[in-house]
Write a protein that binds this ligand. Structure first.
Ligand code: PEP
Length: 234
């Protein structure tokens, strides 16, 4: 079971240090759950420092496929490794929606990150329109076609209509989508989309759910820790 917190573009170094100090205290006795936080690039170093010696891992929110070069604004896998970062999210729907990332690019970012020794959380999920048109499985099949099962790869099923909207997938929808993903790719599958302390337990209990990628609710240390504790009971 893995619980990862995607902080998006929130928390500079000061807030990150404060959060990580509190998180250490909250999770001191946690067992049976892997926990990761994914701060913005500029806060990775301080998170790595404060969480050193704990079981909480630090991951980035994206990674580029070239190791270095004239690629303004990008950060490579070897650069993240040098910082002590353990992994990266790839293909988050906000990257696809606002920054034009494609399935092909997601495949290349994932490949380069895994080859450099990072773990990857690769995100997939359909939009509301795609679900309404009955295209969910086609979309998932297309998004997954650029990935292959291997150690250190985890997929996050994040229906776009559930991200930051307060609309959570029903347990039936989540279970069905996760089972479909696992039928195509034999990897752990996290659920993401408005996971909160109040709904974490019923989602994490589902047989095909191997953890959660948490956005909004991961920004508050009490609510993030409470989701991690729910995972340890599931
Ligand atoms: C996310 O950003 O990956 C996410 C799932 O966000 P939220 O939990 O806020 O819906």
């Amino acid at each position: 079971m893995l619980i990862a917190g995607n902080w998006k573009m929130y928390k500079g170094q000061g807030e990150t240090a404060e959060f990580c100090i509190d998180l250490r205290r909250h999770l001191a006795d946690l067992e049976g759950v892997e926990v990761a936080v994914c701060p913005p690039f500029t806060s990775l170093a301080v998170a790595v420092q404060v969480l050193a010696g704990t079981d909480v891992a630090v991951a980035a929110q994206n990674v580029y496929w070239e190791p270095e070069g004239a690629f303004t604004g990008e950060v490579s896998a070897p650069m993240l490794r040098e910082l002590g970062v353990y992994g990266a999210i790839v293909g988050h729907s906000e990257r696809r929606q606002f920054f034009g990332e494609t399935d092909e690019g997601v495949g290349r970012r994932t490949r380069a990150a895994l080859d450099a020794g990072l773990s990857v959380i690769a995100c997939v999920g359909e939009t509301e329109e795609e679900r309404e048109r009955g295209e969910t499985e086609d979309v998932l099949r297309r998004q997954l076609s650029v990935l292959k099962a291997e150690d250190n790869l985890v997929v996050a099923y994040e229906p776009v209509w559930a991200i930051g909207t307060g609309k959570t997938a029903t347990p039936e929808i989540a279970q069905q989508a996760h089972a479909f993903i696992k039928s195509l790719l034999d990897v752990p599958v996290l659920y993401g989309g408005s996971v909160k302390p109040e709904n974490a337990e019923e989602l994490l209990e589902l047989p095909a759910v191997d953890g959660a990628l948490v956005g909004g609710a991961s920004l508050d240390v009490d609510s993030f820790a409470s989701i991690c504790l729910s995972a340890s009971r599931s």
